[in-house]
Design a protein around this ligand. Structure first.
Ligand SMILES: Cc1cc2nc3c(=O)[nH]c(=O)nc-3n(C[C@H](O)[C@H](O)[C@H](O)COP(=O)(O)OP(=O)(O)OC[C@H]3O[C@@H](n4cnc5c(N)ncnc54)[C@H](O)[C@@H]3O)c2cc1C
Length: 261
């Protein structure tokens, strides 16, 4: 039977562009350029490598995000994933990690899976907790933050590197895995891959398709709330210390005034 791999990928605001909060203190996702979270490219890469090793496997990429999140799905499809699922619904506005994990869990159950692969963190929210919450919701083992991962005979194995030791972990499938940016360089989409991606299926789902009520997600269903947010102040001109014999002393005084020393 085919190994069913679902990869969770997030469409995030481009960190090199201007990013803003909307009036309701949610991240403005409509008026900014976005892209596939770079850390999720590693998850796609590991999924493709596992699929290449398996006799028979299918890689589905899944995102919860706005209309433009299709761009992230297309990128993953052009890297080599087989199909995509996009959950989009106006009621998702303001959904926090609890709501996002609920939507992902229901979409994964609907799609069918043997293993779910996620990134180590998104490049915007950077909480790094979603894979663990997802495993709990699905009721399956979690094997997170792996720098090396493989699947053989219904068992996922991997290495998690800590500061002073490395652990070898394994779990029987079905399971949720997350991989780090040390797991291996992500491939670039080839021209052939980009053309092929245009014809690959992208299934669109709404909350109704997943039997999720609007009040379980969105700002109403969120477990967290942002009380206030302010733009970072513009950078001021730096202090230039000219060395006219007293440069070292002035430098030390400046560092002391800034409490660096
Ligand atoms: C339209 C929209 C509006 C939102 N509004 C808010 C808001 O107002 N307040 C708020 O707190 N949160 C909001 N969120 C949710 C938030 O952006 C995160 O998706 C969620 O909180 C997970 O946190 P994180 O990104 O830090 O996840 P992490 O735990 O850092 O992510 C780890 C991994 O989980 C997977 N993942 C995370 N998010 C997604 C996703 N959306 N789709 C697929 N895979 C994913 C990726 O593989 C990622 O590498 C919104 C999301 C969407 C799509």
């Amino acid at each position: 039977m085919s190994l069913r791999i679902v990869v969770c990928v997030k469409y995030v605001p481009d960190a090199t562009g201007d990013r803003h909060f909307a009036d309701d203190l949610t991240v403005d996702r409509d008026d900014v350029d976005g892209l596939l979270s770079e850390l999720d490219e590693y998850a796609v890469e590991q999924a493709l490598q596992i699929a290449e090793e398996a006799d028979d496997a299918e890689v589905t990429v899944l995102t919860v995000g706005p209309e433009d999140a299709k761009d992230a799905l297309r990128k993953a499809l052009s890297m080599g994933a087989d199909k995509a699922v996009h959950v989009e619904d106006d009621d998702l506005h303001g959904t926090d990690v609890m709501g996002t994990s609920l939507v992902l869990a229901k979409a994964i159950e609907k799609t069918g899976y043997d293993v779910v692969i996620a990134g180590m963190a998104s490049t915007d929210g950077t909480m790094g907790v979603l894979p663990a919450i997802l495993a709990e919701r699905l009721g399956v083992p979690q094997v997170t933050l792996l720098s090396e991962v493989s699947i053989e005979d219904g068992v996922v194995k991997g290495r998690r590197d800590g500061d002073s030791a490395s652990e070898q972990l394994e779990a029987s499938l079905p399971a949720v895995v997350s991989v780090t940016d040390q797991s291996g360089e992500a491939r670039y989409p080839s021209f052939k891959g980009i053309m092929a991606a245009k014809k690959k299926p992208v299934e669109s789902l709404e909350l109704d398709d997943l039997d999720i009520d609007a009040d379980e997600v969105g700002l109403a269903g969120a477990w967290t709330a942002v009380d206030s947010a302010a733009e970072r102040p513009a950078r001021t001109a730096g202090t230039i210390v000219k060395d006219e014999g007293e440069g070292g002393k002035q430098l030390a005084e400046f560092l002391a005034s800034q409490k660096f020393i």
